[in-house]
Design a protein around this ligand. Sequence first.
Ligand code: URP
Ligand code: ZN
Ligand code: ZN
Length: 484
Amino acid sequence: MDLVIRNGTVATASDTFKADIGITGGRVTAIAESLSGEREIDATGKLVLPGGIEAHCHIAQESATGGMTADDYRSGSISAAFGGNSCFVPFAAQHRGMGVIETLDLYDSRAEGASVIDYGYHLIVADPTEKALAEELPQAFARGVTSFKVFMTYDLMKIDDGQFLDILSVAKRHGALTMVHAENSGIIKWISDRLVAAGHTQPRYHAISHPAAAEAEAINRAITLARFVDAPLLIVHVSTPEGAGLVAKARLDGAKIFGETCPQYLFLTKEDLDRPGMEGAKFMCSPPVRDTATQEALWRHLQAGTFSVFSSDHAPYRFDASGKLSKGPDASFKQIANGMPGIALRLPLLFSEGVRGGRITLNQFVALGSTNAAKLYGMHPQKGTIAIGADADIAIWDPEETRTVTVEDQHDNMDYTPFEGRQVTGWPVTVLSRGEAVIEGGKLVAEPGRGRFVARARPDFTGHPGTRTPELDPGWNFGAEIAP
Ligand code: URP
Ligand code: ZN
Ligand code: ZN
């Protein structure tokens, strides 16, 4: 064997056991009580986990108004790797007037030669023309881009309900998963206009202008539309108990509805938006951070299985004129870019507060941080688990190491972290991607460009609500084949 990880405690989404892991040719080829290899890593006292899969992050992406994220595929992937990830799936954003294939080609050119870990893209569909629906979405799917994201808000991105149904239908036909940013655009605009007219422009008004009702209405509508055409749908960054409750109910009802939440909704509150001066801008994201009662409710939904994935929604805009303050130091909350960084902290925060805090098991942690994303986004069992034949994408964690979060330790291109000063226990110390060390001894040891594009297969919904036998639903052939 090329490499053996010895004496560690291995955990997958289902089991925890003591074993050595043997790696040959970049894949796991042995799991046994005692192995030896050409090279060995001693993991005594450490946890040996599937590498994280960061399935919601914005990298080298321009917004509809032209602002570019601070991280590109080099810095974004490096930061992700320091946070225990061996694969990530940012967005390839179509803007109006752009073709889908043109969009994918553009993101290929941004990612190639830059990433230190393997990557794919979710396609954001903002202009579902006839051609996009009939020709280009199927071509994207065949190219291994098997998840499409739509927005129900943001004037230059949002689609209407008919367009949403069109996209859901095409996605269903090809076996793709649709993802949605669900907020009611009309409610947000109505309140925002009144707040700004009354001179209420500080960051704290961002939360007031995005009430829980706006999320709940949109999630309810999105689920209704998906169920109407019996298509799978994943609601991203759910931020309210009301929204989570709708996802939970739909799943109980047997619909193929999935949910995602993010660290900011578990660890930050709207009090952070009320910090002095413009500091609150650092904590602006949409949907907004809420309150402590919401945090507790979202933890319960994590425990109960409402959420399949836990993602950072890393949307890095610096706290300067290149990012958050591009419209000046006194910009109104409507003019400040939405989003915050966190790609390196997603897993450490969940481990520290979730696993060490006794809220979730180590196996739930693996499922939420890696395995479920691999399944939903068509990469399992190649990625997301430690099993014979899987890519040797492995993160070795020291469960006892305590650090205080600083912006310098994020290894991204940002000038702040919203989690500055927080104490976190449990850190990834070594990250392997296809058996090659990316992070070792707390240092980057891989070259940008070694990461490969992952042509993803159709999602695997086995065991999830709404799964039907293929015989009863011949339009589906669940997880049976790998996309070219
Ligand atoms: O505020 C956020 N979340 N910005 C990133 C884009 C999105 O909506 O996910
Ligand atoms: Zn979003
Ligand atoms: Zn996002």
